[in-house]
Each structure stands twice: as structure tokens, then as C-alpha cells.
Design a protein around this ligand. Structure first.
Ligand SMILES: Cc1ncc(C[n+]2csc(CCOP(=O)(O)OP(=O)(O)O)c2C)c(N)n1
Ligand SMILES: [Mg+2]
Length: 891
């Protein structure tokens, strides 16, 4: 039937709209998506070349990405799953409430899990695969603050006792507690990945997914269908680390990666985007980066309304309400929703006139609807060639009612009064009586109840419990003498830097028949800085798609070679991403049962100082491997100035309990440390990792003195005794790294002033410090037994004279051992901001060169009355030192 002639412009437009929609409907009905897409693309192009600029939009409408007619039903029993979820909700809440009753302020979070319960439970019942099936199962980064829910599920699964639940956040109790958040260090059989410092879980998950590919592409592991899941909060996406690496995931086509962002629109203080829409903002960012974005905004209750929304009025209204207002709807009545949301247009009011206020209030959001969540996960798991992010709308504190549902204070709500507990109980149908409610008991149905049978059956079918950390790797056999032997001989008169030595060692390790394949060199766009470019060609740079271009330097020996089986992880300029790779590779012994040995070398100032929290997460993860702080030392890196020159990192690294730090000066020291490190981590399977500083100053490397090995590892050994054993004024000089050479030079200078000094190489103040405290603590607790003597005290037992240490790091580093030296230690170090200068000028500026070491020694001898002031003043004059020069520590 022909339409009657239009009366005015508005009517004409309405008619056009209808005709075009009908025409499009016709094409849609042909069931060929490609045809629809091509048609629209042609129209878009046609409009553009006809001069009509189309506004750019990175977002789709504020509705679900999956349409009801694309959904498949959820297998299993929804009724039982709902009951299980309710029990978990209750126990998770009870865990926090009970812990705070016993000790007020112990903390914990109810509202995060309360909002995410459906997101987790659908995954637990249908998707997360345990390690018992083919492959290794899935890898899951749980949102840290949701941990009570994960524990509560483990309780129902029979993995955690009631006593351990009672001890949530009471980890020191004899029966063992439960850590506040996911900490593999504290619960090594349970948690795999620490996530609670927000932003770290997301970035680690991306590099984990990429590392899974790396292992498969390099044939270190069989191809698997493992998925990496990361659950994060919408507020968490404000952390730069959260979104900082998403383009890598798309570029590498990581379809083994699924993110679930719980968009409850709230963070700790209030709304994430009160005046905006976090879902739309994230959609634009992720789509722009090339991710597959699935929005799960509205529950099935909304489907009939949206089905009637032919003019898109409802979708338009949904898209114009800001998050702060949506939060308001959560805490208000159905009548309020009718008036303020639907009331914006009489046609919308008409749409819901058949629903009571109560029914309006109960319209569920997508993230609380298992059907919607199931379909989103299914679609995500089946997606090829792209990572997927699911943006699921939920309510923070769901089910907490007056106690906090949707309220701004909900994040920190740890208490529930009796009335709140009662309504929570009733809402979720927990069989706990009014008399018992005040006690808030945990509830676990009988072992043979349908709920527990179902939960066990589902996990069995999916390959066992999640999370579960287990170390299934065979220890390596690493004699490796052949690799390290040459370094014990020194450089035979040739100059070299410790970085050059390290690179040579790494090249040899890469060629080693036993462990070569397991070495994972990681570098953030600094390979040339460290002289590693020869490795590009030798072992290749990893690229999942190989090399699709002819490199400009193809005709040279050392061309830039990318390859599918390339071994180097050339991360580009991202220390955060590189550490994330380091953690993935250094925990593969547990995650994948593969002993990969990462060597991550970087500008030392951009390590602990810049990405220290990620390294801390690595410590917690029980990471193994070597961090190499390249171009380290405040005066050894010449020219680079304040931002680059590192006198800090060894001070920071001292605080990482399972990190062994060394500041080696010579090739043999480095060889001894790395060889022993590989043995401890990969043969003895110790959960430690190493931080080694390496420098670019070149000097002749001597041969290893006899019997030095033990001292190198323990932290100090006598490197060069004074030839003069009869002189009266004596001194013991300590040096490390490149400053050791200054100390050796000072030894010679001091001879001219009649002082005989012995030189010690202190490879690790950290190890000496730890050993000192360990002995002292033991002695305190065992007063009646012969006291243990710290290693540094043993070394210096018969060493005469004053003690002077010089370091290229802050003075607090050598100061750390002062307590166990037989006499007070005078320390020289590099406190203060670096300068752009050459080495000699820098060492003068920071007062750590041979002359200052000699003056400091004479000054100490003056205090002892062994030399007189005139001699010290003479030395200052001889050395041309300006006694009134500015203090480098504060200038
Ligand atoms: C790096 C870091 N900064 C701050 C915190 C403290 N903190 C814990 S949870 C939280 C709010 C979380 O909001 P969101 O990410 O939206 O998670 P939700 O609980 O809403 O799911 C904050 C600020 C933290 N854990 N880590
Ligand atoms: Mg949130």
C-alpha cells in the first residue's frame, strides 16, 4: 500500500525513516550479516563522497551487544545455581562481618563480591577450567577485593575449613588464616596471581596471555585452549597500568584473553563517572584499540521492553542518563524510576504502564542475570582473532539493602545490623533462623545436598577447582661449568664492562644445549644500549606472525630479525610491560610447568623506582629469574644526569624479601652469582629472584682470587690485601661495582701517607644486612646458647684499622651493616640528584673517588689519634679538593 502524501517536513522525515528501515529489514531477513554490513558501508561511503560529513562515534547504543535472538539457553539447573550463589553470598558476607566483630577494624569487603557474584558464579559453573583436564586449565586473575566470595566458594567445594573462614584476615593464628587478598606468597597452594594493587592484574593478564602464545610458538608447550580471564573493577580502569597495554593485546590478536569489567559505576569514594558513562567511555577506548567489546547492561526483564522500542526511544533514554543518576535509581523506589526515568517521555511511560512499581524496581541489570552473563562468556570464548572485554553493569553492594546497596559508603561497609542481616537472609533464602541471625553463622548444606553435589559435579566436569596453584615442574640439572669457566680467568688485560660480560654470558647460555631454549631475554627497547643487538639475529625477536617486511638492515650481519620462534621479548618502551613479561616467564614453573629463565635488562633507574609495585607483585608471585639494572650507579653512567643516574635501586631492592641483590665489579663475581642463582632457582627450586646491577664502565677484569666464591655469594670477600703488613696506621676499605676500582686506587694513594689498607669487594650489602639481623634475632631468642656470629663480623674479626666504605649508591646502603662491624663504619655514597657529567667529575662531585676515599680514611685515623690533622689537611691540599665545595646530598 502506498503511503499518503506527506504534509510537512517532520512527517516526510518520519516516512523516510520508516521506508528505509523497512528496506533494511528486508535485507536483514535474508540472514546474511555480511550483506547488511556491506550495504551500510556503501551508504556511508556514498554520503561521504556526496559531501555529508558523518559524525564519528566509537560507541554503540547503550544496550546489550548480544540480542535476545542470538542467545542460547544455559545448560544445567538455574535453580540450584541460584541457591549455590546465595549461599556463597551469605558466607562471603558473614566472613567479613564476623572478622570485624572479633577485632573491630580488621577490614574486608562485602560490596565488591556482592556486585560480582553472578559474574563469578556463571564462570565457575560453566567456564573456568581447572588444571585436571587437557592442557593446563584456565588462568584467572580475580579482582582482589572480591576474595571473600572466592573463599566462600572454596568452603562449599570442601577446600577450606570453617576454621579457616573464621580466620579470614587473621593469618597468624595457629590453624592458619586466609589472606585479605590474593597472595601466592601466603597461600601458595591456592592463589596464583596477586591482583589487589589495582591495575597490576590487568596488565599482567595481557602479558600472561601473550607469554602463553610465546611458549606455544617456541614449542616449549603444546598448543592449548587455555583462556586468561581477568576480572577488574570499573574504577580500577583509571589506573594507567590497566589500559596502558590494551593495544598490545589487540595487535597480538590475543583471543585467549577475556576481561570482565564489573561496571557497578562506583569506586571507593563515590561514582566512577558521576557526570558521564563509564561503560560508553570504556567501549570507545577498547573498540578503538581493536578489542571485541560485549556490553551486558540490561537483564532479560528488559528484553520485552526493548523489543517494543521500535523508534529507539528507550535506547536513547538509556544512553542519555549519566552514571550518578543511574546510581540514584538504584537506591530509590520503583515509583521514582517511573517518574524520573520513564517519565522523560509519555511514550516511555506508556511502555511500562503494565508494570507495577514493585516490578519496575525489580528489573534486573545485565550483570546480575546469569542468562546474559552466560551468553557473553560463550561469545567471548568463541571469539577468534581478538581479545574480548565484557562490560557488565551491576549494582555495588547488591543485596545489602539499606546497609549499603548502591550507596556511596558501600565499599567500606563491614558491618550489618540485625535487621539488615535478616533481610539479606530472606532475600537470598538462607536457612538461618531469626534466633541465630545475630551470630551470623556460616552455612554449609549437607554433603549429599543437591547444591554440594552439583557444585562438585560441575567442577569435576570442568577439570577441578579454581584457583589452584601447583608446582609441577621437574628441577633442572644445571652443571653449566662450561658456560661460566672462561669468566673466572678475567679478561686477560682487555677492558670490558660488566654489561659486556653479562651479554657474553647470556649469549653462551642461549647456546647451551641443556637450558638454552629456556632462556627468555627481555628488553624494553634498550638492546643497543647494552650491546645486545647481536642477539637479534642470533636468536630472533619473538613475533607471533613472524616478519612481514624486509628489514632495512637485511644486508648486514646483525639485522633486525623478527620470527615466530624468536626468543627475545623486545617489549618496546614499557618497563611495566617488561616486568609483566618477566613475571609470566618467571612463574611459568608453576603456571605452565616450564622452567623458563627470564633475564630482564633495563635502565636501572626505571626499574624498582618506576615499576617497583609490579616487582613487588612478582615477589608475591614467587617469581624466579634475573633482573639486571643496566647502566647503574649514580657516577658510573656518565652524561645522563638527574633522571637516569641510579643511586637508589639497591636501596629499594633490599626491601623485597625474596630478592637477592648484588653489585658485582668483575666478570668472575657475575659468573659465580648467576651460576649459583640458576642452581638455587631451577635446580633446588627456591622461590627467590635476583637483582644484579651491571655497568658500562670498561676496565680490566682480574682473575678470580682463590677461595672467593663463598664470600661473593655471602656478600663480601677480601679482594686485595695490603702488601705492607708492618705499617702502623691500618684501614679496611670496602668497595662495590665500578667503585671498587676507586677503592683499589685509594689503597695505593694511602700508601704514600703511610697507611696500609686492605681492600674488600662487597658484592651485597643486602645479604650482609640480612645475615646480621638473622644472627642477632636468633641470639636474642636463644640467650643460653653460643651466639651466632654474623658473616661480616667473622670477616673483620682480625682485620685491623679504621673501616671505610664507598658505594655508587646512597650511603644508607653501606650504613646498613654498621651494626655488625667491629668498629664504626665510615661511609661514602651518592646521596643527592645526579648531574650530567663525565665519570671523574661525577665521582669528585659525589665525593666517592679515590682521593675522597683516601681523605675519609685519613680523617677516621685522625679520630683514632693515629695521624695528625696536618697530614689530613695536607692530603686535601695535595688532592686539590676544595673543602668548601657544596654538599652533593642537598645541592
Ligand atoms: C593501586 C591501588 N590504589 C588504591 C587502592 C585502594 N582501593 C581498593 S578498592 C578501591 C575501589 C575499587 O573500585 P572498583 O575498581 O570500581 O572496584 P569495585 O569494588 O567497585 O568492584 C580502592 C580505591 C588499591 N587497592 N590499589
Ligand atoms: Mg566499581
Amino acid at each position: 500500500m502506498r503511503n499518503p502524501a506527506p504534509k510537512d517536513n517532520a512527517e516526510l522525515e518520519a516516512l523516510e525513516q520508516r521506508e528505509w528501515r523497512e528496506a533494511l529489514d528486508y535485507v536483514i531477513q535474508q540472514n546474511d550479516r555480511g550483506r547488511v554490513q556491506r550495504l551500510l558501508a556503501t551508504l556511508r561511503h556514498h554520503a561521504r563522497i556526496s559531501g555529508v560529513a558523518l559524525p564519528f562515534s566509537a560507541v554503540t547504543a547503550y544496550v546489550n551487544s548480544i540480542q535476545p535472538n542470538q542467545e542460547t539457553p544455559i545448560p544445567g539447573s538455574q535453580e540450584i545455581e541460584r541457591r549455590i550463589k546465595s549461599l556463597i553470598r551469605w558466607n562471603a558476607m558473614a566472613m567479613v562481618v564476623r572478622a570485624n566483630r572479633v577485632s573491630d577494624g580488621i577490614g574486608g569487603h562485602i560490596s565488591t563480591y556482592a556486585s560480582a557474584a553472578t559474574l563469578y558464579e556463571v564462570a565457575f559453573n560453566h567456564f573456568f577450567r581447572g588444571k585436571g583436564r587437557e592442557g593446563d586449565g584456565d588462568i584467572v586473575y580475580f579482582q582482589g577485593h572480591a576474595s571473600p566470595g572466592i573463599y566462600a566458594r572454596a568452603f562449599l567445594e570442601g577446600r577450606l575449613s570453617q576454621e579457616r573462614l573464621e580466620n579470614f584476615r587473621h593469618e597468624t593464628r595457629p590453624a592458619g588464616g586466609l589472606s585479605s587478598y590474593p597472595h601466592p606468597w601466603l597461600m601458595p597452594d591456592f592463589w596464583e596471581f596477586p591482583t589487589v594493587s589495582m591495575g597490576l592484574g590487568p596488565i599482567m593478564s595481557i602479558y600472561q596471555a601473550r607469554f602463553n602464545r610465546y611458549l606455544e610458538d617456541r614449542n616449549l608447550k603444546k598448543p592449548s585452549t587455555t583462556k586468561v580471564w581477568a576480572f577488574l573493577g570499573d574504577g580500577e580502569t583509571d589506573e594507567p597500568e590497566s589500559l596502558g597495554a590494551i593495544s598490545l593485546a589487540a595487535r597480538e590478536k590475543l583471543d585467549n584473553l577475556i576481561w570482565v569489567i564489573n561496571c557497578n559505576l562506583q569506586r571507593l569514594d563515590g561514582p566512577v563517572r558521576g557526570n558521564g558513562q563509564i561503560v560508553q567511555e570504556l567501549e570507545a577506548i577498547f573498540r578503538g584499540a581493536g578489542w571485541n567489546v560485549i556490553k551486558v547492561l540490561w537483564g532479560s526483564d528488559w528484553d520485552p521492553l526493548l523489543a517494543k522500542d521500535h523508534d529507539g526511544l528507550l535506547a536513547k533514554r538509556m544512553g542519555e542518563v549519566v552514571d550518578g543518576q543511574y546510581q540514584k535509581y538504584t537506591v530509590q523506589s520503583g515509583a521514582y524510576l517511573r517518574e524520573h526515568f520513564f517519565g522523560a517521555d509519555p511514550r516511555l511511560l506508556d511502555m511500562v504502564k503494565h508494570l507495577s512499581d514493585d516490578q519496575l524496581k525489580r528489573l534486573r541489570l545485565g550483570g546480575h542475570d546469569p542468562m546474559k552473563v552466560y551468553n557473553a562468556y560463550k561469545y567471548a570464548v568463541e571469539t577468534k582473532g581478538q581479545p574480548t572485554v565484557i562490560l557488565a553493569r551491576t549494582i555495588k553492594g547488591y543485596g545489602m539493602g539499606e546497609a549499603g546497596e548502591g550507596k556511596n559508603v558501600t565499599h567500606q561497609q563491614k558491618k550489618m545490623n540485625e535487621a539488615d542481616l535478616r533481610s539479606f537472609r530472606t532475600r537470598f533464602g538462607i536457612p538461618i533462623s531469626d534466633e541465630q541471625i545475630a551470630e551470623t553463622p556460616f552455612y554449609k548444606p549437607a554433603e549429599d545436598s543437591p547444591e554440594l553435589q552439583y557444585i562438585r559435579e560441575r567442577r569435576k566436569a570442568l577439570g577441578g577447582s579454581v584457583p589452584q596453584r601447583s608446582v609441577r615442574v621437574e628441577p633442572l640439572k644445571v652443571p653449566l661449568e662450561a658456560v661460566f669457566e672462561e669468566f673466572y680467568k678475567g679478561t686477560e688485560g682487555r677492558k670490558a664492562s660488566t654489561t659486556m660480560v653479562f651479554v657474553r654470558m647470556l649469549s653462551k647460555l642461549l647456546r647451551d644445549k641443556e637450558i638454552g631454549d629456556l632462556i627468555v631475554p627481555i628488553v624494553p627497547d634498550e638492546a643497543r644500549t647494552f650491546g645486545m643487538e647481536a642477539l637479534f639475529r642470533a636468536v630472533g625477536i619473538y613475533s607471533h606472525i613472524g616478519q612481514r617486511y624486509e628489514p632495512v638492515d637485511m644486508d648486514t650481519l646483525l639485522y633486525y630479525k623478527e620470527a615466530k620462534d624468536g626468543q627475545i621479548l623486545e617489549e618496546g618502551i614499557t618497563e611495566a610491560g617488561s616486568v609483566a613479561s618477566f613475571i609470566a616467564a618467571g612463574t611459568a614453573y608453576a603456571t605452565h610447568g616450564v622452567n623458563t629463565i627470564p633475564f630482564f635488562i633495563y635502565y636501572s633507574m626505571f626499574g624498582f623506582q618506576r615499576v617497583g609495585d609490579l616487582i613487588w607483585a612478582g615477589s608475591d608471585s614467587r617469581v624466579r629469574g634475573f633482573l639486571l639494572g643496566g647502566t647503574s650507579g649514580r657516577t658510573t653512567l656518565a652524561g645522563e644526569g638527574l633522571q637516569h643516574q641510579d643511586g637508589n635501586s639497591l636501596v629499594y631492592s633490599l626491601c623485597y624479601p625474596n630478592c637477592l641483590s648484588y653489585d658485582p665489579a668483575y666478570a668472575y663475581e657475575l659468573a659465580v652469582i648467576i651460576q649459583d642463582g640458576i642452581k638455587r632457582m631451577y635446580q633446588d627450586q627456591e622461590s627467590v629472584f635476583y637483582y644484579l646491577t651491571v655497568m658500562n664502565e670498561q676496565y680490566v677484569m682480574p682473575e678470580m682470587p682463590p677461595n672467593a666464591r663463598e664470600g661473593i655469594l655471602k656478600g663480601m670477600y677480601k679482594f686485595k690485601a695490603s702488601p705492607d703488613t708492618r705499617s702502623k696506621p691500618r684501614a679496611q676499605l670496602f668497595g662495590s661495582g665500578a667503585i671498587l676500582n676507586e677503592v683499589v686506587a685509594a689503597q695505593e694513594l694511602l700508601q704514600k701517607y703511610g697507611v696500609a689498607a686492605d681492600v674488600w669487594s662487597v658484592t651485597s650489602y643486602t645479604e650482609l644486612y640480612r645475615d646480621g639481623h638473622t644472627c642477632e634475632r636468633w641470639n636474642m631468642l636463644h640467650p643460653a646458647e653460643p651466639p651466632k656470629v654474623p658473616y661480616v663480623t667473622q670477616c673483620l674479626k682480625d682485620a685491623p684499622g679504621v673501616l671505610v666504605a664507598a658505594s655508587d649508591y646512597c650511603k644508607v646502603l653501606p650504613d646498613a651493616i654498621d651494626r655488625w662491624t667491629p668498629r664504626k663504619l665510615r661511609t661514602l655514597g651518592t646521596d643527592g640528584f645526579g648531574r650530567s657529567e663525565d665519570r671523574a667529575a661525577l665521582r669528585e662531585f659525589f665525593e666517592v673517588d679515590a682521593r675522597f676515599i683516601a681523605v675519609a680514611t685519613l680523617s677516621e685515623l685522625l679520630k683514632e689519634g693515629q695521624v695528625d690533622a696536618k697530614l689530613v689537611a695536607q692530603a686535601i691540599k695535595d688532592f686539590g679538593i676544595n673543602p668548601d665545595k657544596p654538599n652533593p646530598a642537598v645541592s
